[in-house]
Write a protein that binds this ligand. Sequence first.
Ligand code: GLC
Ligand code: CA
Length: 545
Amino acid sequence: MKQEKDWYKELVIYQIYPRSFKDGNGDGIGDLKGMTEKLDYLKELGITAVWMSPVYASPNVDNGYDISDYRQIMEESGTMEDWERFRDKAHERGIAVIMDLVLNHSSDLHPWFQESKKSKDNPYSDYYIWRDPAPDGGAPNQWLSVFGGSAWEYVEERGQYYLHFFAKQQPDLNWDNDEAREKIFDIIRFWNDRGVDGYRVDAISYLDKGLDGRADMTEAFGTASCANLEGTHRYIREMAQKTIKPDNLMTVGEVIIRNTRDARDYTGRSREEFDMAIPFVPPVVEIRTWSPERFKKDLEETYECLKEDGWWARFLSNHDKPRQVSLYGDDRRYWKESAKMLGCYLHTLPGTPFVYQGEELGMTNLYLPSIEEYDDIDTKNYYYTMIREGASHEKALSESQIISRDNARTPMQWDGSANAGFSEARPWLPVNPNYTKINAERQMEEEDSVFRFYQKLIALRKENPVMVHGDFRLCCDREGPVIAYTRSLGRETWLAVHNFSGGKVRFDHEKLTGHGEVVISNYEEPETEQGSVTLRPYETLVVRV
Ligand code: GLC
Ligand code: CA
């Protein structure tokens, strides 16, 4: 699809986690054929781009984030013809196709690594990061991997350790090697030539490892001080220049953001790195630290920092987080209210909204009864690390259940039939038993469903430039559960008010009247009066003022 300048600002991007979306050939695993079948559903929802998590050849140690051949489609996902068919059918419906680029590391089964590990003097020897053992034979330094344990793995054949920020089956590529870098850029060009519209670039904050002289860092890399080094920015700019800018493709980088400077460095237009950024926060940290107060602080800071020269990726969910209604809302008592409120919040903020599959139905977390039933490598590592450190089985399991990325990876709930209509076979990960109540078929029929609410929000965004380009101003107390802001463009001003709590709260605003024009809300009649409104549990309200 030929794109205008700044086209990414108007998109609503839908993330598909292919394994869990729709099985098209009855083997229990979602695939490209299933994704193509469901394009009409996505069209009806109204989204304008799909980002698919990786479908390249992979042994699936980390569900496709470990790639063994960047130019092939993995068997479980289908064939290159299936991918091309998906692309064509998506484009016919005006839906852009965004691929996931995993370039920090490959799979250990990638031919480059298979060669690299053989000796110190083969042509691929420097494509990965190898170091001699420490004098005592141990790892070269104390670095820990994101998934737990040492970030170094010893290979007998070569007599050296290689670095892996993630699982040991995900060796880090050496971006300092010019030839390796060019080969990586060729991979991107390969997909550009196949008509991809943009990329989500995975775990891209650590290209420059800053390895030398840093021995004793023992934090996991998610928060580590080796993120965002100058060399990393230099490589990203080189990549953008050589592969992205010539075709005006959209990019969103998954990065570590510790302060406003990091945000600006990655997404400032003048920097020519990414159009926007997905900040990575480990689920454990997000669960412990989120609050409406923190949201307000972040909103203000990131708005100020990027309003002149950058842009925001907005999301509450993805395949690495618990379900949003379970995390930020109330998935029991106020399930529907809070699912809608979070959707309204997402779509009325400045930036491009990212909707994660099933969020538009208010899908919830699922706690599996034993660690064996989990698939996620991160969940398993977390559990076994806790056990090793002396935690009881009960404690380790209950913590793992809450943080598990599998909460977001249970199969999509299409209808009330067996396996939620996801597959005729037993799905690779259990279906949430609440599918009989929470499913797409049912919600497409009900006027008042979460699905219909999302559909309305997405339609509103297409018709009202104020939602895309309007200025943003927070206009609520910095304390307390109410998040309220105005968006203004020309003569148009909208006031959005969200109650992030299960209680009633009063909110004052001079521009509120008893009969302001309600753009959207999740309760029948808003209780507005002159100058104030009484918000009910998880109420959300947008009015023209
Ligand atoms: C990103 C992905 C995550 C993956 C990791 C390693 O954070 O979103 O799913 O495990 O990178 O590739
Ligand atoms: Ca399948």
